[in-house]
Design a protein around this ligand. Structure first.
Ligand code: NAP
Length: 282
């Protein structure tokens, strides 16, 4: 029940009406008996400058931030945590004692999703396809303790991101952090991650970024795309019995980490997952 004590958390983005986050978080608040509500705010770019002061005035607890505001919002924040600074984007904000603090939970969300399926991810050889926002967050997180190759259609973007990661994380460029085009050699690769939109609804029959003939049974294949849950890439992986990880885990865990930041409470992962599966399947 929404009453005079209800605390407000929101999503800011443009557009926001297709987001699954309100469904996932409101289910988790209810499950934990927390008097919070999560609402989606469609914020036009020209209005972004009013958001943080307005939220402070209204006593809003925090936000998720989505496209196109993840970078631009940073200049209105009082503090930015280390991971968000590395990634160069914020997807979660908490407002506490009049201060707005920015976080990025996408990278750690992806790690938790992977580790839930395959255990500790450390010392692995990982190829990340894509060099956009999602690839950045995942690559910065996994490059901390793994060797990574950024493989992108526009090779210059892969090179730029790989160089930036090596520099900021103090890794050896060309050894611990490499770049490539999409024709990357998968010999010796343990994990491949699709961070491009290939296979996303409605283009569910698109050409997969890697075909079964280039996969091995001992590989882990992760797709960040979560609609559909079984993408064309994961279908290929199943042909060779490779372990698959769909994009739902990252979506849930980035949300779960944000939930903990706002409330101090660990949410029930299954409640969040089931709330989303219900709507994806409709
Ligand atoms: P983005 O910033 O627009 O980046 C897209 C990347 O994909 C670019 O590197 C682009 O390459 C590449 N790409 C796009 N179309 C391609 C094609 N037809 N062939 C080859 N490469 C292509 O997007 P993003 O925000 O990183 O999101 C990427 C995907 O990740 C989304 O579609 C979404 O499904 C997924 N995602 C999932 C979660 C989750 O929680 N599970 C979170 C965020 C995103 P160029 O540089 O050559 O253009």
């Amino acid at each position: 029940m929404v009453d005079a004590k209800t605390k407000v958390v929101g999503l800011i983005g443009h557009p926001v009406e297709h987001s699954f986050s309100p469904i996932m978080h409101n289910a988790a608040f209810k499950d934990k008996g927390l008097n919070y509500i999560y609402v989606a705010f469609d914020v036009l770019p020209e209005n972004l400058k009013y958001v943080i002061d307005g939220a402070k005035a209204l006593g809003i607890v925090g936000f998720n931030v989505t496209i196109p505001h993840k970078i631009e919002i940073m200049k209105y924040l009082d503090e930015i945590d280390e991971d968000a600074q590395l990634i160069g984007a914020v997807n979660t904000i908490k407002i506490e004692d009049g201060k707005a603090i920015g976080y990025n939970t996408d990278g750690i969300g992806a790690r938790k999703a992977l580790e839930e399926e395959i255990g500790k991810v450390k010392g692995k050889n990982i190829v990340i396809y894509g060099a956009g926002g999602a690839a950045r967050a995942v690559a910065f997180e996994l490059a901390k303790d793994n060797n990574i190759i950024i493989a992108n259609r526009t090779v210059e973007k892969a090179e730029k991101l790989a160089k930036e990661i090596a520099e900021k994380l103090n890794k050896k460029f060309g050894e611990e952090v490499k770049f490539s085009g999409l024709d990357v050699d998968l010999n010796g690769i343990d994990i491949i991650i699709n961070a491009t939109p290939i296979g996303m609804y409605p283009n569910v029959d698109a050409e997969p970024i890697v075909k079964a003939e280039n996969m091995r049974e001992d590989m882990v294949v992760m797709d960040l795309v979560y609609n559909p849950l079984e993408t064309v890439l994961l279908k290929e992986a199943k042909k060779v019995n490779a372990k698959t990880v769909n994009g739902l885990g990252m979506l849930i865990y980035q949300g779960a980490v944000a939930f903990k930041i706002w409330t101090g409470v660990e949410p029930n992962i299954d409640v969040m997952k089931n709330a989303i599966i219900d709507v994806i399947k409709k």
